[in-house]
Design a protein around this ligand. Structure first.
Ligand SMILES: Nc1ncnc2c1ncn2[C@@H]1O[C@H](COP(=O)(O)OP(=O)(O)OP(=O)(O)O)[C@@H](O)[C@H]1O
Ligand code: SF4
Ligand SMILES: [Mg+2]
Length: 357
């Protein structure tokens, strides 16, 4: 078998129908080498930040990604954005493999997949005007806005994100946190992308401002037909904005499904523990739900447990869990909304405590 053909730029122009996969990720791996020694660096292992992640992102949807700090969410985002090379695995955008692209085809993909970062204070260059920050992507992709049209294009973008188009000559420090995140979003939109990966886009903002930025993202999604990946710690925000949710633990996806399947019918013990820690306004509802307190630290991603990575903290763990890695799949004993992808040998909704035979 010969090497796979390198796709032409035009392959990324074709439209994808709503609800069809726009991004297909299979067995994606990103390991960071661990070295020892100063002059003679010796390879002593690897941080398995992303270690075999598979999922689809559908056109027009918002896929939320949740999981504890260090589970690999940002690394996943960077690999999808081609900011970090994948160690192995496959990412197909509109059916074309993009992990090994270079030149014009890579440029075309980079244009179509954009990112909004967590910290609006550090992600904007303080020495550049807002106009230059938002218009900078046009330097690399002049075809989107020829030089004479740029000022107008930037002003339109400011208007779209709810900022005064006259602010074009101001500097980032002259704006509040929420306004800066709007600038970050305007920059992300400049090249008319199809996919936006939002990595904790509201975590650094005041609660009162978070809702405004979320509303803006939702408005832009329907206006520009965008597909979102939305990474966040806050499970309530993720539920609000997501159509589907993926839960990560130690570099792997442990459960994925619609927001109803995950929030009301979780079958993976880790998801159940995460959800039980979410504050609920009604104390009776909280008591009925029961709180699961996870014991033990998250193991090191350089040396994850064998079999199921969650087993060192799982109250349901059995011998099988140490020897066999559970596949992310639908277990045949589950029915209705509980029948969704879950990487647990004994997947079950919380009510039924007895593990299936
Ligand atoms: N460039 C790097 N070199 C070595 N290790 C890295 C690098 N980037 C990330 N890691 C490690 O990979 C693991 C995953 O990190 P990552 O930033 O993807 O987690 P995260 O889920 O985004 O966490 P957070 O919620 O805190 O943002 C961590 O153990 C981290 O220390
Ligand atoms: S496979 Fe075993 S250790 Fe892993 S979540 Fe399921 S019961 Fe727990
Ligand atoms: Mg992160």
């Amino acid at each position: 078998m010969g090497a796979a053909a390198v796709p032409e730029e035009a392959a990324f122009e074709k439209p994808v129908d709503r609800g069809e996969p726009i991004l297909q990720v299979r067995e994606l791996v990103k390991h960071f080498p661990l070295t020892q020694g100063i002059i003679f660096k010796k390879l002593v292992g690897a941080v398995k930040a992303v270690d075999g992640v598979s999922f689809d992102l559908m056109q027009g949807e918002t896929l939320g990604i949740v999981g504890e700090s260090g589970c690999g969410k940002s690394t996943l985002a960077k690999v999808l954005m081609n900011l970090e090379p994948a160690t192995s695995g496959s990412i197909r955008y509109k059916g074309e493999e993009i992990t090994k692209l270079s030149g014009a085809a890579l440029k075309a993909v980079r244009r179509n997949i954009q990112m909004v970062f967590q910290d609006p204070y550090t992600s904007l260059n303080p020495r550049m005007t807002v106009g230059d920050i938002i218009g900078e992507p046009f330097e690399i992709h002049p075809e989107v806005a020829p030089k004479g049209d740029r000022r107008k294009a930037v002003q339109d973008l400011l208007d779209v994100v709810g900022l005064n188009p006259e602010y074009i000559t101001r500097y980032p420090h002259q704006f509040s946190g929420g306004q800066r995140q709007r600038i970050g979003i305007a920059r992300g939109l400049a090249l008319k992308p199809e996919i936006i990966i939002c990595d904790e886009p509201v975590s650094a903002l005041d609660v009162s401002v978070q809702a405004q930025v979320i509303n803006l993202l939702e408005k832009l999604q329907s206006e520009f037909n965008l597909s979102y990946m939305f990474i966040a710690h806050d499970l309530s925000i993720v539920r609000h904005i997501s159509d589907r949710v993926g839960v990560m633990y130690l570099g792997r996806m442990v459960e994925i499904g619609s927001d109803e399947e995950i929030y009301d019918h979780a079958t993976h013990p880790y998801t159940q523990a995460l959800l039980s820690a979410v504050p609920v306004p009604d104390p009776t509802a909280r008591d009925a739900r029961g709180r699961i307190v996870l014991t033990g630290d998250v193991p090191s991603p350089a040396n994850p447990p064998s079999g199921c990575r969650f087993r060192t903290r799982c109250w349901k763990a059995q011998e099988k869990c140490a020897v066999e890695t559970p596949a992310l799949t639908v277990r045949q004993w589950l029915e209705g909304p509980a029948a969704h992808d879950s990487a647990c040998h004994f997947a079950a909704e919380k009510e039924s405590e007895a593990p299936p035979a």
